[in-house]
Design a protein around this ligand. Structure first.
Ligand code: ZN
Ligand code: ZN
Length: 174
């Protein structure tokens, strides 16, 4: 599938320009295996060529659903993110590495020298907005490993075996 929005540097007048797009949720879904958009995603921004670098900044606005880490129920995640990115070509990246710049000085993305894929930027911003550990609530009880019931909404008769096998082994020793 081709990109919905790609900024071709050749098409920029005077090396700069603006862009904007509204993605329907299905255009980007699934963002990854646990994140899905529930509302259209709006992106707008500006791009500027500065020497060997391309500077892209803008804003992404949307709403997504993320699976709870413990019970897998969808959790609502509003996304409102500003971004400011720097791109250089692969060959420039290599020559700047040869100049022994540290990684910190080089917080840039590499691109093909011809165009910037805005779809990728939008997906990236949505991923960054989602916490690595998403919980529907602090004390989510999760899913019973025995029968699969959601312990927040129901109880099962499985014997709660909280014994850590390592402790069990110690008990047997004494
Ligand atoms: Zn949960
Ligand atoms: Zn159970």
């Amino acid at each position: 599938m081709g990109a919905f929005v790609r900024i071709e540097l050749d098409n920029l007048e005077g090396g700069k320009g603006g862009f904007g797009h509204v993605y329907q949720p299905d255009d980007l879904n699934p963002v990854d295996e646990r994140i899905k958009l529930t509302e259209p995603a709006t992106v707008s921004g500006r791009v500027k060529v500065a020497g060997h670098q391309v500077l892209v900044n803008g804003h992404v606005e949307t709403r997504a659903q993320v699976e709870c880490d413990r019970c897998l129920q969808p959790v609502d995640l509003p996304v409102s993110a500003d971004f400011a990115l720097e791109y250089i070509t692969g060959s420039d990246y290599e020559s700047s590495q040869a100049a022994e710049l540290t990684e910190d000085e080089l917080s840039v993305a590499v691109f093909d020298g011809e165009g910037i894929d805005v779809d990728e930027i939008v997906k990236e911003q949505i991923l960054l907005a989602a916490p690595t550990r998403m919980l529907c609530r602090e004390d989510c009880k999760g899913i019973c490993p025995e029968c699969g019931i959601d312990r927040n909404t129901g109880e099962c008769s499985c014997v709660a075996d909280d014994t850590d096998p390592r402790w069990a082994a110690l008990k047997n020793l004494s």
